[in-house]
Design a protein around this ligand. Structure first.
Ligand SMILES: [Zn+2]
Ligand SMILES: [Zn+2]
Length: 312
């Protein structure tokens, strides 16, 4: 199972309807948090997101994306947590997050490891907690938001091909542990001395799922590259077409621009988030503008959960 839950979908400041940026990604029981705007911990409680997480990924350090880490870390500290926490962010993370962690008089009773990442980095083998990350990796890509911002793409490893039981039987392989070996792509030895390879019985490897989270950005080639064929692209769409100049000036995207990125990347679905306060109650206009370019578009709302199924 892979799903994302939007905890905050408002740009720059919270509104009555929407909190500032944060999104939880839950994959096979593991929770990853992307951004942690002010008030994120309460949004987690409201929308049933586990506090048992060990990694938070930040795209940049505008206040609406990270102030919530101050309170969240304190609350985790009250919960007799012992496991370390890893915070990832672009250049400047050590300074900004380091200050956020140290603010106040309480001591954080668990280790907090702040890791600076840059475009091209692959956050691969371990989750910072020593636990192996065997089924997916997180790729860091550059975004355009006025200095050093990044986005993150979660890519699952390829899955084995589909096993065809009829073909296995036809090849004389009896049902049982030999089928399991074939499924893993191994060649099996039969009792009569024949060898049967997985080829033809097990189909081609199938792609894993890809979820891309841009954070704040202008539409750009690096996002299009990172989001090639993505199952889910979560792209900021702060403004509508009538404010496209303002989007350019402030390093943000319009809904239509986000849709053009999704189209160019041949993504399967687009979710718009980080919307300006004027769209807080209704973002229908943003969806309409985006759908003219890319049909599979919706706009996120606080508390919305989206499942990401396999393409096949
Ligand atoms: Zn922002
Ligand atoms: Zn920003």
């Amino acid at each position: 199972m892979l799903s994302v839950t939007f905890l905050g979908t408002s740009a720059a400041r919270p509104t009555v309807e929407r909190n500032v940026s944060a999104m939880a990604l839950v994959r096979e029981g593991e929770t990853l948090l992307f951004e942690c705007g002010e008030g994120t911990q309460r949004q987690m409680m409201r929308y049933g997101v586990s506090f048992a997480l060990s990694e938070i990924f930040f795209t940049h350090f505008h206040a609406d994306h990270f102030l919530g880490v101050i309170g969240l870390i304190r609350t985790l500290g009250l919960q007799t947590r012992a496991e370390p926490m890893v915070l990832y962010g672009p250049k400047g993370a050590k300074k900004v997050l380091g200050q956020a962690i140290q603010l106040g008089v309480e001591r954080v009773p668990f280790g907090v490891d702040i890791r600076e990442v840059k475009p091209g980095d692959v956050i691969g083998s371990d989750n910072g907690n020593g636990a192996p990350r065997t089924a997916y990796q997180i790729q860091v890509f550059g975004t355009e938001h006025g200095g050093g911002s990044v986005g993150y793409a979660l890519r699952e490893h390829e899955r084995s091909g589909r096993f065809d039981p009829d073909k296995a039987r036809a090849a004389g392989v009896p049902e049982g542990y030999l089928w399991g070996k074939l499924q893993k792509g191994e060649t099996v030895d039969l009792a009569d001395g024949r060898k049967v390879s997985a080829e033809g019985i097990v189909g081609a490897k199938r792609p894993g799922r890809v979820v891309v989270f841009t954070g704040d950005t202008r539409p750009c080639a690096a996002v299009i590259d990172a989001a090639q064929g993505a199952d889910l692209l979560i792209h900021e769409a702060t403004f509508g077409e009538e404010e496209k100049e303002r989007a350019k000036e402030t390093g943000h995207s319009t809904a239509r621009e986000a849709a053009q990125v999704a189209l160019a990347a041949k993504a399967r679905r687009l979710v718009l988030s980080h919307v300006s306060a004027r769209y807080s109650i209704s973002a229908d206009e943003l969806v309409k503008e985006a759908r003219e370019v890319f049909k599979e578009t919706i706009v996120a709302k606080d508390g919305m959960t989206i499942e990401v199924p396999f393409a096949d």
